[in-house]
Design a protein around this ligand. Sequence first.
Ligand code: GDP
Length: 310
Amino acid sequence: MVVLLQLPRFHASVFLTKPPSLCKTHFHLLLKPKIPITIKSTLSTISDPTQNLAIPEEETHVQVSLEKLFVPPETDVPSGSSTSSLSARILKGSNIVLAKYARDAQISQADFVKSSVRTEDCPSDGLPEFALVGRSNVGKSSLLNSLVRRKRLALTSKKPGKTQCINHFRINDSWYLVDLPGYGYAAAPQELRIDWEKFTKDYFLNRPTLVSVFLLIDASIPAKKIDLEYASWLGVNQIPMTLIFTKCDKRKKKKNGGKRTEENVNDFQELIRGFFQTAPPWIMTSSVTNQGRDEILLHMAQLRNYWLKH
Ligand code: GDP
């Protein structure tokens, strides 16, 4: 009930599938100091986890409190550390600390494998996967194309009959990117909407190889109720989630209440805080400038490599 109080306009139905419990995300935060600190991100100094990715060389200063950071497990962070003794790095435009599992991030091959209408029909080879999901028009196809650097790959899942399927793309023959149906499409008939919702939720709850859901949120507009509901449902059901903020290249507009993308990003996190025990990882992206592309790949690599080891 505590969580409901934080979002009084929420429809209670999103909490009905399981009793509310708070999602810890899949990794635990290792440190929780009480005061906000500035962490110097020195991306160029640590031995080669980046595998030739175009990580900016300049130092990035991120003002973030440690309790809002996403610190992967087995990350070498001295207890009681001060800022200067923290050798880990934060990926640019994110709250994610880069750790030792971030390797083999680059995509060299991407193949469409299949479209499934039920979780049971999805590939059964046990490879780890990441599911992309978001409101229609959030920029999911653009992001998918930008990740695999193939202009029209995501069109495969926009073909008639496939937009409402679970579409699997095999990457480097070793893991999957999964394109899920967009939600919140106003023109869709109500019965269809409920049906899609049901099968997507079934996939989230019953897919053991799902490493993390990547929930796309348009950072150029204020938080939408449907996105908050989606994020909170994932939190309550303890589905690992990464927030991907899209369209971060867009300038603020009067009609959006004059908010900058950074403000929308912060607001969204504040609004979902009550549903997560530890801060979910988040990354700011743009498919126009490719901002966040390498950061997403590194984040996926470290989640994947950790998952494979455990
Ligand atoms: P989908 O429905 O979620 O697959 O969204 P699309 O990838 O088709 O994009 C929807 C619209 O948003 C298109 O007009 C895109 O050109 C635009 N768009 C997508 N990503 C970005 C972005 O990063 N920045 C900007 N400015 N526009 C974007």
